[in-house]
Design a protein around this ligand. Sequence first.
Ligand code: F6R
Length: 260
Amino acid sequence: MRLVILPNSDDVAEFACDLFAQQLTNKPKSVLGLATGSSPTTLYQKMISRQKAGDLSFSQATSFNLDEYVGLSGDHPQSYRHFMNEQLFNHVDIDLARTFVPNGVADNPNDECKRYEELIALAGGIDLQLLGIGINGHIGFNEPLSSLSSRTRVKTLTKSTIEANSRFFGDDERQPTDSMTMGIGTILDARQVVLLATGAHKAQAIKGCVEGPVSASCPASALQLHEHAIVVVDEAAAAELTMKDYAIWAETRHQAMEQM
Ligand code: F6R
């Protein structure tokens, strides 16, 4: 696992933007795995600026989002499809027809999850998967106790996740309690994975992800099994790490060797 500790959240977004730009330059037809929530919003703003400046193009790319709420249609303001359209897709040169988010109002959510897995396989698999992390260590909506080899499926949210995401819903709005999410096995199949975390409230989850035992109790710890996983955090999210000094030093060496 490559652990990159940067001074602040803007640096984290800039680092991730470089990674996506490199991916799209090396392979314009890349299949990108995308995420919603607070963690990627600065990254998406940076992607938009770079695309408008002509430094980045999504014109041949395909994307698959991690998850969607069961019961919310794509035009619902709190749906993840709506989030992606607003935060990224409507502002860059991506072909909307090649952006995929599970259909939250599919007649049969289980069949929709199977279809989603098939679509990812048909597209050739995910080249670069973006992740955030929940305060309980979830990735996608794979809550603690999720099987480490799970595939896209319906997953009931924990009380802590429902509470953490209640900030996006109005008092009189019904907040869904179930989701469709790529599984941990689906995420681990991506050729490269990058997880972003900023802020002190993520420090415990990052410790579990990076230094904890590989365990269903902290789904993000499964990234320890991935050959090409990069965890990019700010100082605050790195605060609980025992190996922090080593990680900073190792990253300096990594960059020096890249320049050789
Ligand atoms: C979002 C997702 C979630 C979030 C996580 C962190 O598509 O799958 O795992 O990445 O809940 O959310 P934020 O970034 O809002 O703290």
